[in-house]
Ligand binder design. Sequence first.
Ligand code: ADP
Length: 507
Amino acid sequence: MSSDLEDSYLLALDEGTTSARAILFNRKSEISGLGQHSFPQIYPRPGWVEHNPEEIWKAQVMAVKDSLKNSHVEPNRVLAIGVTNQRETVVIWDKSTGKPVHNAIVWQCRRTADIVEDLKADYGDLFKAKTGLVPDSYFSGPKVKWLLDNVPGLRDRAFRGEILFGTIDSFLIWKLTGGKTHVIDYSNASRTMMFNIHKMNWDEELLEVLGIPEGILPEPKPSSYIYGYTDSEIFGASVPIAGDIGDQQAALFGQAAFEEGMVKCTYGTGSFLLMNTGSKPYKSERLLTTIAWGIENKVTYALEGSIFITGAAIQWLREALEIIKDASETEILASSVKSSEGVYFVPAFVGLGAPYWDQYARGLIIGLTRGTGKAHLAKATLEAIAYLTRDVLENMKEDTCIRVTELRVDGGASKNDLLMQIQADILGLKIIRPLILETTSLGAAYLAGLAIGFWKNLSDLTSMWKIERIFEPKMDDAERERLYKIWGEAVKRSLGWARILKEAGFE
Ligand code: ADP
């Protein structure tokens, strides 16, 4: 191998929900440099979440500059960029000035609950059949509709072709290319509730239902593809942008889960399970059928279960209850008790996602006695994360009849050894934690590397991927089933609570 290739890097831009990161990978897919900048979360009303797209852009550029500076890599040694992003979040900007017309509406934002109720009632089956998605506030389409309905004059401007819509990847690529390229990859497009996942195009009928003109939408492309080149003013080099993929699909790719039936779970703010289902888009009642990635002419599908709140429940213990100072303390605290002694915590702070899909569910802690302490609550929180994961996995197994033999894990909370052991116990499955937990960035880098021939094929990638630790299940089957059954009862009691509040006149 030439020394030139030795000194070559791929840069992943990982634009997450709370921060933008940039990670440089060398040819062996080891991390060579990292930059990270947070951006503010904006909560205009309860349940509403926004980001300022300009802040995201600034954070992303600073992260890239830091990653290069920290690793002493010259920008011209970066052979390609892969972008991965928080999915579903919507930006609309002015085509000529590039200025966003409104803050980005974030995936977690529930402002479109009423729009979604109507869509679900009138067109639920149509959306499900064409997009693989259960209509929910989570997805981009209703957010775009809300903006067109609520920002004065915006729908007219949309029909006049003066504005552009994008998920954050589209927006970043548009900015990176100096406004030249307006694209989205199939995986991100499949989260918009506007994309036909069987025909691989924007769906006219659904756009009509939503009142969105096709002219504002980005061009759908494979996930590994040279979309354009960075404006050299930005980082000091013109670099091909060659990968684009939603964060969860990126993690599946970064876990080298290339075979049908492989499953990963990312434990972050929320948890996201994806199962590679190969070339088949399995239908599911309670899970989402989604596009994992497109490479050349081949599309790989996935079944997905999104759990809205998991790591955020740990955050809540820290920030709201102040029973821990750091998320990792849950491990020591929860280990100090043998069991949660019948305490169950359903962290349905913003409703429940898969497999329940109840936007009116609210959090509950049940089973409290005079003897309950913070250690029980910490343990119940870790267990809740594990139960929610099992809820999704049970559905995956049922829908596909594919035998699952292991779960690959990543994300911030996967560093918690106790959580991983509890997860192995509750699932009765091997949990595999890889050496590089930055699987999202790794996936984006892999895709960019494939597009430019830095790596040749998927087997090249599989041979680079390394395991750090395996957690084997230790709990006996009867105990596992007993605990899981009670969990179902706790969940039942959390469903529909906000509807009761609403009917009683609460905002
Ligand atoms: P995101 O990408 O969604 O912002 P991360 O992957 O960075 O999330 O993970 C952060 C989340 O993981 C936080 O919600 C935090 O509470 C949780 N977390 C981080 N470390 C631990 C730990 N050691 N134990 C349990 N939870 C953790």
